[in-house]
Design a protein around this ligand. Structure first.
Ligand SMILES: Nc1ncnc2c1ncn2[C@@H]1O[C@H](COP(=O)(O)OP(=O)(O)O)[C@@H](O)[C@H]1O
Ligand SMILES: [Mg+2]
Length: 247
């Protein structure tokens, strides 16, 4: 359903993506791992058309999103829910209003229906009773959950998570990873998760792919990935200083 074909992108003469190829299977969760600064967020932003490639294609249901008119692109974007790395909550809005925001923007629905939908999704992510709090009044883990709830509120076919557990302690990270698994079971979206946490990748991913030097150098089912013979993957997975990855 989503494919990146020979995608290349440079910034200031530096190649970040270099003829990258990958397919994301429908209804699966694919975790893309890689080093910080390796181009993971850049790859994700190409998928929703926030960044345009220098060359190559972004195919969503066989449509190249960069050949679409603005209106068509907006239609495609409605299929997506995105959880941003920094949460990207609106600080001046309550938890409730942050989650209601996409509904108010995209759908003309009754206040009562908004209440029902928002309260239901907040319950799903374990934030019942927190509706009236402001983002500054809740913990980092809760803010991530608000971001997940907001991304899910339009029931998207595709969910993109940019480092959903960054900045969280291991216990709260596990809460978020379990939440993603639970929400995937319930809503059956196609999920793409960016992460540098290999254990989380094994736990949440149907498939794992590694981005390195602008390309996908290895991909496979969680179990296969663990046994990769690729020396770069082996070094990354073991977190070792020794190996082909220059530090
Ligand atoms: N809009 C931009 N303009 C210039 N350089 C950028 C831009 N976005 C990302 N980069 C650069 O591209 C590289 C990859 O960034 P990023 O995708 O954010 O890495 P990560 O894998 O940590 O998510 C970095 O060197 C970053 O500085
Ligand atoms: Mg990033």
């Amino acid at each position: 359903m989503i494919a990146l074909e020979r995608l290349s992108k440079s910034f200031n003469g530096i190649k970040v993506l270099d003829n990258l190829d990958i397919k994301f299977e429908e209804k699966e969760i694919t975790v893309v791992i890689g080093r910080s600064g390796g181009g993971k967020s850049v790859m994700l932003k190409h998928i929703i058309g926030l960044i345009k490639p220098d060359s190559g294609k972004v195919l969503i249901n066989d449509l190249d999103i960069n050949s679409l008119k603005k209106k068509e692109l907006n239609e495609i974007r409605k299929k997506f829910g995105m959880v941003f790395q920094d949460g990207a909550l609106l600080d001046s809005l309550s938890v409730f209003e942050n989650v209601a925001f996409p509904l108010r923007q995209h759908l003309k629905i009754h206040e009562n229906d908004i209440k029902d939908k928002v309260n239901s999704i907040l319950k799903d992510v374990g934030l019942e009773g927190q509706e009236q709090k402001m983002p500054s009044e809740i913990s980092g883990g809760m803010r991530k959950r608000v971001g997940v709830a907001r991304a899910l509120i339009l029931n998207p076919e595709i969910m993109l998570f940019d480092e959903p557990t960054s900045g969280l302690d291991p216990i709260m990270s596990d809460v978020i990873n379990n939440l993603i698994i639970r929400m995937h079971d319930k809503f059956k979206f196609t999920g793409i998760i960016i992460s540098h946490d290999i254990e989380a990748a094994y736990k949440t991913g149907d498939k794992i792919a590694m981005l390195y030097e602008g390309k996908i150098i290895e991909e496979g089912a969680s179990g296969d990935f663990r046994n990769s013979k690729n020396p770069v993957v082996k070094q990354f997975v073991s977190g070792s200083m020794e190996g082909p990855i220059s530090i």
